[in-house]
Design a protein around this ligand. Structure first.
Ligand SMILES: *Cc1c(COP(=O)(O)O)cnc(C)c1O
Length: 381
């Protein structure tokens, strides 16, 4: 089955009871048993829910995996993945990653004895330097947030395998339409389904997909034992969002490419970070690893000027100033004070995340209107 068919059909059957074409929202906490222990595969809704099962099966298909595991948020999914490990174990993570992921690794799991190292994964030797006998996991985010660097997933996974280390790729920015890390050797792929999968900024949700059955069983155990599960209504919204994933992402990528070119030639802009530009240092790698270059664009203004950045951020009318990404509507954000405020300033500056860096999540509107909106926001600089 090809991608555009999978989003609509994989894991989804008409309801056996009524024939309902859309997966029903099974809003129940428990299920009647015929006799003690004799049931239809559903006992209690933390453990199993049919709406959630349809979504888990659909996500497994989209990522070319075998098992999907859903959670109440992307960070809940991450927390559960890290509960696969023990005190004394170590993680090597991409240095330029989602602020909440950095916060969870440093402020939560570190307290439980799991140490994290943050390295620039564009150069494999940076990872090799941190590998020791305690290393259990490579945490890879690509494209990175907000600098839009590309990590070579195949190279990282090969390196990890040679050392007996698991790999988890946070695929939130690309979505499975653009990139399928399990095909490139990853053991786990994680999503904040809040973003492109949900796609309409109306739900918070997370998921993990794996190929290996033993790993899946550990995750299902933790899903039930820890209990950070999504409600059926949220699973329904993500299922509904996924049906148009390919259409939305394709349009958003086209828009983003035009916007990146517009910004690249704008006199008030000093630098544009977008893997689709030929000038991007990993343009070629992005082309190999991804189906298109994504719909996230970051840019910096002349002279690292914080005041000018604030003017642009508060001057757009169509681009809404808000955290998050991946919805149909375009958003504009200021990583230094918003999504990445939990990362210390000196750490931010090391990766190029200045106080004037602006991040766009390009939506599916008409691109002429989006460009006009940015143009008028630049007028007062
Ligand atoms: C939003 C996001 C997360 C966290 O997901 P939530 O659903 O907000 O908990 C993790 N990784 C990336 C790349 C994200 O953008």
């Amino acid at each position: 089955m090809k991608f555009g068919t999978k989003v609509i059909h994989a894991g989804i059957e008409p309801d056996p009871e009524t024939g309902a074409v859309m997966t029903p929202i099974y809003q129940t906490s428990t299920y009647a048993q015929e006799a003690p222990g004799k049931h239809k595969g559903y006992e209690y809704a933390r453990t199993q829910n049919p709406t959630r099962k349809a979504l888990q099966d659909n996500l497994a298909a989209l990522e070319n995996g075998n098992f999907g595991v859903c959670f109440s948020s992307g960070l809940a999914a991450m927390d559960t993945v890290l509960k696969l490990f023990n005190p004394g174990d170590e993680v090597i993570a991409t240095n330029d990653l989602y602020g909440g992921s950095y916060r969870q690794l440093t402020k939560v799991h570190e307290r439980y004895g799991i140490k994290s190292h943050f390295v620039d994964m564009r150069a494999p030797e940076n990872v090799v330097k941190k590998i020791n006998k305690h290393t259990r996991l490579l945490w890879i985010e690509t494209p990175t947030n907000p600098m839009l660097n590309i990590v070579d997933i195949s190279a990282m996974c090969a390196l990890a395998k040679a050392h007996g280390i698991l790999t988890c790729v946070d695929n939130t920015f690309a979505s499975p339409y653009l990139q399928t890390p399990l095909d490139l050797g990853a053991d786990l792929v994680l999503h904040s389904a809040t973003k492109y999968l949900g796609g309409h900024s109306d739900v918070v949700h997370g998921a993990v997909v794996v190929k290996d059955e033993a790993l899946a069983q550990q995750l299902y155990f933790l899903q039930n034992a820890v209990g950070a599960v999504p409600g059926p209504q949220d699973c329904f919204l993500v299922l509904r969002g996924i049906k148009t994933l390919h259409l939305r992402v394709e349009r958003a990528c086209k828009n983003a490419r035009k916007i990146a070119k517009f910004l690249d030639s704008h006199p008030k802009v000093s630098k544009v970070y977008y893997p689709g530009l030929k000038s991007h240092p990993q343009h070629e790698l992005a082309g190999r690893q991804m189906r298109a270059y994504g719909a996230m664009v970051s840019f910096d203004l002349q002279k690292d000027n914080f005041e000018d950045a604030i003017k642009v951020l508060s001057g757009t009318r169509l681009f809404t100033l808000a955290e998050s990404l991946g919805g149909v509507e375009s958003l504009i954000g200021h990583p230094a004070t918003m999504t990445h405020a939990s990362i210390p300033r000196e750490e931010r500056l090391k990766v190029g995340l200045t106080d004037s860096l602006i991040r766009l999540s390009v939506g599916v509107e008409d691109v002429e209107d989006l460009i006009e909106d940015l143009e008028q926001a630049f007028v007062h600089l």
